[in-house]
Write a protein of this length. Structure first.
Length: 431
């Protein structure tokens, strides 16, 4: 299987970026994605205690449904907001998503019943799912081409870093004052991040130029010391070079969707149910949450190192290797071992699981044209979110059926192996 070239696709990065613009956009998007990751993964941290909430009477299946509702909202949000950002720009949809899911976290904190919590998590998912493709498209534009994947990995590592924060805060706060305060913390971006992003986050220059808003684009370019992208040819809006879902692009999209489905099933299945799986395996609550912390730390640190290889060795090659590494480590987790070996395997699994999705998103970013990038990412992450829905539901069913905890790791390892095959099947990019 021939590796796709790592040179940008036609239309991508047609203007020079600057360190100032790259750092500013990376930091602001990173903060937004950290908030996204915290609000997403915090449910896995509080899940072991929800079954004990007075008057709720929720079992594994009900808890799985609440977790799946979040990802259903993310599926809808990723597709609709991704498409919207190709038409309305990156800046306002990103800000809107950040505000929306922060407000919904207040609804989670005030939920009087599991039904209301599920509804609030679904609504929060709309914003959580829409933020990532929008932030990704903006990052891919402003990041220096030589270090595009590394910059992107630094920003997207905000998702597992949000999980690290959720696990760290859960350890002292879950016993007292309880799970609701963690959702209140999830609303903090409304006052800590939104004002900064509103003031400093720039709009996509490619979007402004393509929409004929040359004056605004020139002002931003002058502000950050970057050159303007080339204006599109007159006939291109009416006759795009290759539609997103036609011909070779369709075959590539199907492979990307499958790989994303399997990567997100693995990562979010682990992120939602790992504390519950560890409790089922006989660990105390503190140790179970510690396992989630170690998994998230691996996702943060390891993904930086692995994603940096994508710029040198190619996204396809490194993504396949990451999937296979995840499959091996997840299978080994099914074998009882000491605490040190358990944590080492969790670090490797977290690193490989997160880096696969970073590399897939980066692969999509250079495979499709700039005008299709956010839509391609939105479709891939949106359809891939069905994996994030299927994962928690399946694990909940396995636990509810009383199967040994090892079956959960067998499922994750098999999905990672299939993910490697899906990436290998992506058609070679046109020269």
């Amino acid at each position: 299987m021939r590796r796709a070239p790592v040179s940008p696709s036609p239309g991508a990065h047609r203007h020079a970026t600057s360190n100032k613009a790259a750092i500013l956009v990376t930091v602001l998007c990173w903060l937004a994605v950290v908030a996204d990751g915290f609000d997403l993964i915090v449910y896995g941290s509080v899940l072991p205690t929800l079954a004990d909430e007075p008057g709720w009477q929720v079992g594994p299946q009900s808890l799985s449904v609440i977790g799946a509702l979040t990802f259903l909202g993310m599926l809808i949000g990723a597709i609709t907001i991704g498409l919207l950002s190709d038409r309305a720009g990156r800046r306002l949809p990103l800000l809107g998503c950040l505000i929306w899911f922060s407000l919904c976290m207040i609804g989670c904190a005030l939920a009087p019943s599991p039904e209301v919590l599920g509804a609030a998590r679904f609504l929060a998912g709309l914003g959580l799912g829409g933020l990532l493709p929008t932030a990704s498209a903006l990052l891919m534009e402003y990041a220096p081409p030589r270090h595009r994947v590394l910059v992107y990995a630094l920003a997207i590592s905000g998702i597992p870093l949000g999980g690290v924060l959720a696990a760290l805060l859960s350890l002292p706060l879950l016993p007292e004052p309880g799970w609701r305060v963690l959702f209140w913390i999830g609303a903090a971006p409304l006052v800590l991040i939104v004002p900064l992003a509103w003031r400093y986050l720039p709009e996509s220059l490619e979007f402004l130029v393509n929409r004929g808003r040359a004056g605004e684009a020139a002002a931003i370019a002058a502000r950050f010391g970057v050159s303007l992208p080339q204006a599109p040819a007159a006939e291109r809006p009416a006759q795009p070079a290759t539609p997103l879902l036609r011909g070779r692009n369709l075959a590539a999209s199907l492979c990307f969707w499958g790989a994303t489905f399997l990567a997100l099933l693995t990562w979010y299945g682990l992120g939602t149910w790992l504390p519950g799986i560890m409790r089922d395996a006989g660990y105390e609550l503190g140790s179970a949450i510690g396992a989630l912390l170690v998994l998230s730390v691996g996702g943060v640190v390891g993904s930086w190192a692995i994603a940096a290889l994508g710029d040198r060795l190619g996204y396809r090659t490194v993504a396949v290797g990451s999937f296979l590494t995840a499959a091996c480590s997840l299978f080994l987790l099914s074998i009882p071992s000491g605490t040190l070996m358990l944590y080492l395997l969790l670090v490797i699994a977290g690193s490989a699981a997160v880096s696969t999705q970073v590399l897939i998103n980066s692969f999509i970013g250079i495979y499709f044209e700039a005008s299709q990038r956010a839509s391609a990412l939105g479709w891939s992450l949106g359809i891939g979110r069905t994996g994030a829905i299927v994962g928690p539901l399946t694990i909940g069913a396995l636990i509810g059926a009383g199967l040994p905890y090892q079956w959960n790791f067998y499922l994750f390892a098999g999905c990672a192996l299939l993910g490697a095959i899906a990436v290998m099947l992506v058609p070679a990019h046109r020269s």
